[in-house]
Design a protein around this ligand. Sequence first.
Ligand SMILES: Cc1ncc(COP(=O)(O)O)c(C=O)c1O
Length: 358
Amino acid sequence: MRVSVRSSVEEIEEYKPGKLVKGAIKLSSNENPLGASPEVVRAIVGQLEAGGLELGVYPWEKNEEALKDEIARYVGVDVKNIVIGAGIDGVLDTLVKIFVDKGDEVIIPIPTFSLYESLVKIADATPVYLSRNPAANYDLPAVDMISTCNDKTRMIFLASPNNPTGNGITGDNVRTLAESVPKLMIAIDEAYVEFAEKSLVKVVNEYENVLVLRTFSKAFGLAGLRVGYAVLPGWLASIYKKVSLPFTVNNVALTAAVAALKDKEHLRKSIGLVKEGRQYLIENLQGVFKVYPSEANFVLVDVSPKKSYAVFDALLKNGITVRDCSSFRGAGDSLIRISVGTQDQNETVVAALKHFTL
Ligand SMILES: Cc1ncc(COP(=O)(O)O)c(C=O)c1O
C-alpha cells in the first residue's frame, strides 16, 4: 500500500520535453543551435582551475549580486527590480507560491507553455483557459482577457512571443489589462524576446501588477545550466526572496551567465542565425503548409489534412525530431513546431517535409 498524495498531484501530467533521439537532428526544444558562447566555457574552466569557482561552497551572495548587476545593465532597469532563479521554470514556481492559493483562478491563454497549468494545479487552484484564435494568428484581444477575470482571478500568464504560436502581445494590450484589473498579477514570459523586435520590460516600471520573465536558455544557449530571472516591481522583490528556495542558481551557472552577457558577439550571431533561418523556413514551407508568423526561434506549421503525429513520425524516420503540438492543450492535432536550427539542419527539415507531402 502506498502513502496517499495530494489529489491535485495525482491529476497533473508529467512535463513532456521535446524529444531527444540519439543521432537525430533535434529541432524539438527551441535551443540555441550554436550552443553556449566559447567565452562561457573559458570562464568556467578558467575560474575552476584558478580556484575562483569553488564547488564545495554555497553560492555567494556577491556572485548573485554580480549577475543581477550585469542583468540590470543588459535590460536597462534598476538592479532592485531583478530576481534570479533556476530558469524561468524556477522563477514561475516561486511566483505561483507567492500569489496563488487554493481555490484561486489563473488565466492561461492557450495553446501555450504547459508548465503554467501544472504549477497552478499543484497549488490546488483552477486554470481558466482562454482560447487563442488561429484565424487571427493566435492574437489575444485585451477585452477577452478582461472579461475572463473575476474576484478569484489572481494571475495571468502571457508568453510573448508565445510558445508554440510564435506571436507576441502588444504593450497597449498589457497596459489596458493592467489598468482594468489592478488586482491581477500579469506575468509576461519573454523567454524568446531576443528573437523579437520588441520587449515589454519597460511596462514593469509603469504598473505595480506587471512583471517580465527572462531566461538564459534560449538566445544565450545555456539551457543546460538553468538560469532565469524576473524584472518585477520593487515591492515584490523582497517578497520573492522570502519565498524562493535559497541558492537556486549554482556557482557554475552564475559564472556562466555573467560571461554569456559579456559576449555580445555570440548573442548577435545567435540572433542573426535564428532570424535568417526562421525566414528560410517560413519562405520554403509556406507554399506547402500553413506557416504562422513567428517572433521566436521556432515556427508553427499546420500540416492539415495530415495529422501532426504522422508528420512527426515521418520526420523521425528521416532523423529529425520536431515538436508534435498535440500535447499542447487547445492546439488540436495538426500542428508541429520546428525550432530554427543551423542552415544545414533547416534545409534538411524542409527537404524532408516537402518529400513527405509528395
Ligand atoms: C514560454 C516559455 N517559458 C519558459 C520556458 C522555460 O525556460 P527556462 O529554461 O528558463 O526554464 C520555455 C521553454 O521552452 C518556454 O517555452
